[in-house]
Design a protein around this ligand. Sequence first.
Ligand SMILES: [Cu+2]
Length: 68
Amino acid sequence: MITKTYSVPSISCGHCVNTIQMEVGEMEGIESVTANAETKMVDVVFNDKTNETAIKELMAEINFPVAA
Ligand SMILES: [Cu+2]
């Protein structure tokens, strides 16, 4: 398993947190997703059924792009 922490500046409230956790949490290969509205960071734990590129693509699709 791999753990990554991403900076997502567009997180502004609890709804954003819920959206990210729900949408990313539904991806194959995702073990857990924890978003934080105060730090605007997202911790993702995933296995080899997905990868960082796929996770970042989904985040961009749902309007929460990962900061470069
Ligand atoms: Cu929000």
